[in-house]
Design a protein around this ligand. Structure first.
Ligand code: HEC
Ligand code: HEC
Ligand code: HEC
Ligand code: HEC
Ligand code: HEC
Ligand code: HEC
Ligand code: HEC
Ligand code: HEC
Ligand code: HEC
Ligand code: HEC
Ligand code: HEC
Length: 497
């Protein structure tokens, strides 16, 4: 290739590039002049994602980008808007970021768009204390100059920096108090003590940070049912990472927590029955201090809701024994994510029973004996209840009034529930007391039902007797009358004859 030819080709390519790539389009007069002024905005803009995309200062501020003198460049008639503030900033950014067709077609971008609408539906859309603007605008979290892609480690919304960006306000007690004194300001501090927070501080970008749990533009109050941290939504929020085996590979922990949880008594209550009294992931792990509850704190966690069980356990012989062996108090028998409905099957010395895990080996031990007799007691209570229910149903079917006995059955059920809790004393005597009281109530209910049934039969036999007597009476009456009539007939015939 000769020199002239090469020169021609280069010029052609240059012209082509200048036409197609806005980045190489005519000089940015605004930038040039502001650079010579040593305007810090100009320096920041050099690494801005918008500069890389070929935009000029004028694409945000308006004005004439080709002009070299100030007056023509920053002429309001050429659309120069000056310095935006507050909501004007959001408007400025949204001329592009909420215009899907411009983003996709004109700018050939695959970024999600529509952040303004999300922001408007968020808790941050409330008016700021000055009453003039919203609490946040786009530049609050992204800056105005030197805006970087989210994936750039220097971006304020890069996963390792988000905490600082949110903490600017959320860790500032005097600022937050103006808005809502009931919102805590300890999230960042607590977060730093969590497994997530420690790893985040040491450079692991895959752990959860503020935006992975709360979202970014769409953040809602924790009490809003649409919030990602509303109880019924928490399990899904956590499982977006924790149920993804590829994402979690390399951490050496399972990714089955959600799967197990959703089948557990807690998961079903929360997710299927919408019972927000049942624990979501964060009720056991903490919100910001998310860490597996330690051996010592599991019972505290469970005990916040199951207070009686925890109290009984604390007074039981297992308390000291479990502490010594470093066994978690409730989890040892119930598990954590897969907790199922408890039943008396767990009690006793059969293969299914939890007691046999530790006491099964020695039938002479007090543990074994206690487990065995507690189960016998529980079974006899069950049988007594079944029998009483049978009798009450029988009496009811026969149409007898037995509301008293039915009421007692309810007391018996109560005693059974109480006994299931009383298991946690692991004390045969205390357990027996509850069961004995329960059996006594079923006995009364049963005998009341029995009496009602007796009465039913008594009345029925009485009726049969009475009816038979009536029939007998009518028959004899009939016979007597017939006799009388016959006698009359013969009498008449005699007198006539
Ligand atoms: C020839 C130099 C020059 C050019 C070209 C120029 N500016 Fe400026 N600009 C200045 C100077 C000097 C100031 C500060 C003047 C002042 O404080 O009023 C300024 C101020 C500004 C301000 C702040 C205004 C305010 O009210 O505080 C903005 C925004 C701005 N320029 C944007 C632009 C944009 C956008 C362009 C291109 C369309 C541009 N400038 C072109 C020199 C220039
Ligand atoms: C992505 C949109 C965007 C671009 C591009 C942009 N700015 Fe700005 N600029 C803003 C916003 C938003 C503000 C107001 C918020 C602030 O001051 O941080 C602002 C404020 C300013 C101010 C006023 C600062 C003050 O504190 O009063 C100047 C001067 C300025 N910009 C100059 C420039 C120059 C020069 C360029 C090009 C090198 C430029 N801007 C590019 C969005 C932009
Ligand atoms: C003139 C249109 C336009 C304006 C005005 C504009 N942007 Fe952009 N913005 C874009 C385009 C186009 C991209 C790059 C998309 C790409 O690389 O795919 C972008 C990229 C971004 C990114 C990087 C996202 C990522 O992870 O890659 C952020 C953040 C951003 N803009 C925020 C803002 C903010 C904040 C403002 C207002 C201060 C603003 N933009 C104003 C068009 C605009
Ligand atoms: C409260 C802080 C905050 C505010 C305010 C905010 N952003 Fe973001 N933005 C984020 C975070 C955090 C991300 C990181 C991605 C994520 O987690 O969704 C992000 C990501 C983005 C992205 C990358 C694409 C995406 O949606 O993930 C764009 C573009 C963007 N923001 C534009 C805007 C615009 C435009 C506004 C104003 C309408 C705005 N942001 C207001 C925090 C904020
Ligand atoms: C400019 C300051 C500011 C920034 C930055 C900010 N917030 Fe907020 N945020 C607030 C204020 C003020 C409120 C209280 C609104 C109210 O209820 O009056 C709030 C409310 C919230 C709430 C709702 C609290 C509740 O349950 O009522 C959450 C959640 C939240 N912010 C999370 C975040 C996250 C996550 C980030 C970072 C991506 C962030 N915020 C960035 C100021 C800010
Ligand atoms: C692992 C998930 C997770 C992370 C990470 C997280 N949060 Fe939360 N956050 C929650 C949950 C769950 C709640 C709801 C608590 C409740 O129901 O009371 C919450 C509640 C809040 C609240 C309102 C309740 C209050 O008064 O405390 C604010 C504000 C908040 N978070 C801010 C933040 C900030 C800032 C960060 C980053 C430092 C952050 N969160 C990180 C899960 C998380
Ligand atoms: C953005 C992804 C992500 C989200 C969302 C997330 N986590 Fe994590 N979490 C991780 C990663 C990654 C680890 C680190 C695993 C490790 O090192 O053990 C982790 C660690 C943990 C640990 C410590 C595990 C251990 O024993 O080391 C607990 C507990 C935990 N997360 C609970 C939660 C809860 C509860 C939620 C929801 C409120 C949640 N996480 C949301 C990614 C996430
Ligand atoms: C009823 C309380 C409870 C609930 C609800 C709960 N966890 Fe756990 N979680 C625990 C306990 C207890 C441990 C084990 C602590 C130990 O053994 O060190 C644990 C351990 C973990 C671990 C560490 C790794 C492992 O599997 O041992 C992760 C991660 C975790 N849970 C995530 C979750 C997620 C995600 C959810 C919601 C889908 C959830 N947990 C719901 C109590 C609970
Ligand atoms: C040594 C094994 C063991 C330990 C430790 C244990 N439980 Fe239980 N738990 C059982 C058995 C067995 C049952 C079933 C009783 C029945 O149905 O007859 C049960 C039943 C329950 C029930 C259902 C009955 C009720 O009270 O409503 C709850 C709730 C419960 N346990 C919570 C806990 C809590 C909380 C802890 C920790 C403080 C704990 N358990 C520790 C063995 C244990
Ligand atoms: C936030 C409150 C809360 C916490 C924390 C909690 N639970 Fe529960 N738990 C419930 C509720 C509510 C139910 C009843 C669910 C249903 O059946 O509708 C329940 C049910 C149970 C049952 C089944 C009871 C039965 O009648 O069969 C067991 C066992 C149990 N929880 C054990 C635990 C253990 C062990 C922990 C700690 C690791 C724990 N729970 C933590 C609220 C909680
Ligand atoms: C994880 C192992 C483990 C399980 C499961 C377990 N225990 Fe124990 N238990 C112990 C240990 C350890 C001791 C203290 C040492 C001893 O006396 O055997 C103990 C002590 C006892 C004692 C007191 C014994 C004494 O000498 O005073 C009784 C009673 C008891 N357990 C009953 C039960 C019952 C009932 C169950 C089932 C609901 C059960 N245990 C399940 C480990 C367990």
């Amino acid at each position: 290739m000769n020199g002239r030819y090469r020169g021609f080709l280069t010029t052609f390519v240059l012209i082509f590039l200048l036409h197609c790539s806005p980045a190489l389009r005519a000089q940015d007069g605004c930038l040039t002049c502001h650079q010579t002024m040593e305007d810090p905005r100009a320096a920041l803009f050099l690494k801005d994602v918008h500069k890389a995309k070929g935009f000029s200062c004028a694409d945000c501020h308006g004005g004439n980008r080709n002009a070299e003198d100030m007056e023509t460049a920053m002429d309001p008639d050429a659309g120069f808007r000056g310095v935006p503030s507050g909501d004007e900033i959001t408007e400025m950014c949204s001329t592009c970021h909420s215009d899907g067709s411009a983003m996709v077609k004109t700018y050939n971008s695959i970024l999600p768009w529509g952040q303004k609408a999300l922001l408007e539906a968020s808790v941050h859309n409330k008016l700021a204390s000055n009453g003039k603007e919203r609490i946040v605008n786009c530049a609050t979290c992204h800056n105005a100059h030197g805006i970087l892609p989210v994936e750039n480690p220097a971006s304020p919304v890069y996963p390792l920096n988000v905490t600082k960006t949110c903490g600017k306000c959320h860790s500032d007690a005097s600022y937050m108090r103006i808005y809502n004194p009931t919102i805590a300001v300890d999230q960042v501090d607590k977060y730093r003590t969590s497994v997530h927070g420690k790893k985040n501080a040491s450079g692991d970008r895959k752990v959860a940070e503020c935006a992975s749990c709360h979202g970014s533009h769409e953040i809602r109050s924790a009490k809003d049912v649409k919030s990602r941290v509303y109880p019924t939504n928490v399990p899904e929020t956590c499982s977006s990472c924790h149920s993804n085996p590829e994402y979690m590979a390399g951490y050496g922990i399972e990714s089955d927590q959600f799967e197990k949880y959703s089948k557990s008594v807690h998961g079903k209550a929360l997710l299927e029955k919408n019972d927000i009294g049942a624990p979501a992931c964060n009720d056991c792990h903490g919100n910001h201090a998310a860490t597996p509850p330690g051996v010592a704190s599991v019972s505290n966690v469970c005990g916040t809701c199951h207070a009686l069980n925890a109290d009984l356990f604390a007074q039981s012989p297992h308390k000291e024994a479990f502490d010594e062996a470093d066994l978690p108090e409730c989890e040892t028998c119930h598990g954590n994510h897969e907790i199922v409905s408890a039943s008396e099957k767990l009690l006793g010395v059969s293969d299914e029973a939890v007691c046999s895990w530790c006491h099964g080996g020695d039938p002479e031990s007090k543990g074994y004996k206690t487990a065995a007799s507690m189960r016998l007691l529980a079974d006899s209570m069950d049988r007594a209840e079944r029998r009483a229910i049978g009798l009450v149903e029988d009496a009811e079917q026969k149409g007898m009034e037995i509301s008293d006995a039915k009421f007692k059955l309810r007391d018996a059920r109560q005693a059974i529930l109480q006994s299931r809790t009383m298991v946690h004393s692991f004390d045969e005597e205390r357990f027996r007391e509850v069961i004995t009281a329960g059996i006594a109530v079923t006995a009364v209910a049963g005998s009341e039902a029995n009496e009602a049934i007796d009465e039913y039969y008594f009345r029925r036999w009485g009726l049969v007797f009475a009816t038979s007597m009536l029939i007998l009476l009518s028959i004899s009456l009939y016979v007597y009358i017939r006799k009388l009539e016959k006698r009359k007939e013969t009498g008449t015939r005699n007198s006539a004859g």
